[in-house]
Design a protein around this ligand. Sequence first.
Ligand code: ZN
Length: 121
Amino acid sequence: MQEDPYQKRCKYKFCRIEFRAKRTNQEFCCREHYVKHNNLIAKNERDETKIFDKILHRNREILIMLLDKDQVTKDELITLGYKFNYFTNLLKKKNGNNIISCYEYLLELIDNNKIKISKYG
Ligand SMILES: [Zn+2]
């Protein structure tokens, strides 16, 4: 016997009731469960990225704090809680210096321990 393409089970994980669909591509028993399902996906995504976002925002705050200084040392940044493994972009200047960015802020590695902080744009 062939499966009825209009006989469905609601895709929302807290519902899962069987229902009669109006269209074959309908996946939810009602509009509310469609919305709830999508909100759940968005929430999971936020939870998964939260820890990274938090570290990147902290890095950015530290850079804002030190922006007025001509140069800082790696140790100064680390003491303030800066995490070098978290950045938003990696660039190389024409002179060969490496630049890591944290949102609109740039860290130019002058040598092994000296860093110049600037704001993009
Ligand atoms: Zn449902």
